[in-house]
Ligand binder design. Structure first.
Ligand code: SF4
Length: 326
């Protein structure tokens, strides 16, 4: 392993000072430590932020929910407000990783986690994300689990987080604090598509720290849920997934929030599906017709063509499940 120094900070000012000097933030460490062992990542300085006061889940004045960046995945999933108001998020979290990892990993770290592309983790393979300009072994290699949406000629890796799919569907925002002060980014702008710079995955500035993720107030009652399709039923990443939230009043869908996972280079919001649903009455034919629109713009690779049909079926099934909830 590459030698590194380790600093544990006790307040935000110390963290930002260390971050400005190039330190790499670490909390649960469930992704970063693995990558350091494999020499995929070689930071010189680790800044342990796990003692910072970013561990609260609070209802905002506007009726949304603010989740501190250091709240663990397990605590978030078990939170009463999350379970009752946004079950799509608690389900996405509980279908992620393992119980041990969910106890260690934080919400901030979860949305920062890096791709599971095997070539990215194999330091002998060409990978533009790990080593810009070296090429992409997945394009001509085994690409069964790779993305069909949001890809570029430089990278076709999927974003691995389930929770991020729920956040994308719910149109969450990410609160940041950096040397230049606070700012808030819509979730859709926080994670970046690869384009020609796949090594740049988040719209973070040097030394910036995630302080919280906020879900906006959404009309109630809100039915929601998460469906994850994978090769085995536990401790596995999604081949496809669907996060769905519907507000139905008077027998008509008034609001629809839908996103897909396992198929995009970032969590993939599905506005065409949402538009197809709003103003309509729930029905079997509606779920099928809306789901048809989930794959607009898809560009499958040699080994993942099956994801096109699988994504439509995943979205249709989850629309039906959520649409028929009482
Ligand atoms: Fe690297 Fe992206 Fe290609 Fe995977 S898909 S090898 S992460 S450039």
């Amino acid at each position: 392993m590459h030698p590194f120094t380790y600093t544990r900070v006790s307040n935000v000012r110390e963290a930002l000072d260390a971050g400005r000097r190039g330190g790499r933030y670490i909390a649960g460490g469930t992704t970063l430590v693995d990558l350091m062992r494999e020499t995929v990542e070689t930071p010189d300085t680790l800044v342990d932020i796990s003692a910072l006061p970013l561990r609260e889940v609070t209802v905002t004045e506007r009726g949304g929910l603010r989740i501190g960046a250091l709240v663990s995945m397990a605590e978030t999933a078990a939170n009463r407000e999350v379970r009752t108001t946004y079950p799509v998020l608690s389900e996405a979290l509980e279908l992620s990783a393992s119980a041990q990892l969910r106890n260690m990993a934080t919400v901030g770290g979860n949305i920062m986690q890096r791709t599971r592309c095997t070539y990215f983790r194999d330091v002998t393979a060409a990978c533009n994300k790990r080593e810009p300009g070296s090429g992409c072994a997945a394009l001509e290699g085994f690409n069964r689990t790779h993305a069909i949406l949001g890809t570029s000629g430089a990278c076709v890796a999927t974003h691995p987080s389930d929770a991020a799919v729920a956040f994308a569907a719910l149109e969450a925002s990410v609160h940041l604090l950096g040397p230049e002060g606070e700012r808030t980014l819509p979730f859709a702008d926080f994670l970046l598509r690869p384009g020609s710079t796949p090594q740049r995955e988040q719209a973070l500035r040097q030394g910036e720290l995630i302080t919280a993720v906020e879900i906006p107030a959404l009309p109630r009652p809100l039915r929601s849920g998460y469906l994850k399709v994978r090769d085995r039923q536990s401790y596995e990443f999604a081949l496809t997934s669907a996060a769905v939230a519907l507000h139905v009043r008077g027998g008509v869908i008034r609001e629809a929030k839908v996103a897909a996972g396992g198929v995009g280079t970032v969590p993939w919001k599905l506005p065409a599906v949402e538009q197809h649903l709003v103003g309509e009455r729930p029905s079997e034919s509606l779920w099928a017709a809306a789901a048809e629109r989930a794959t607009e713009g898809a560009r499958p690779l040699q080994h993942n063509r099956f994801k096109v049909e699988l994504l439509k079926r995943t979205v249709e099934r989850q629309l039906r499940t959520v649409g028929e909830m009482e």
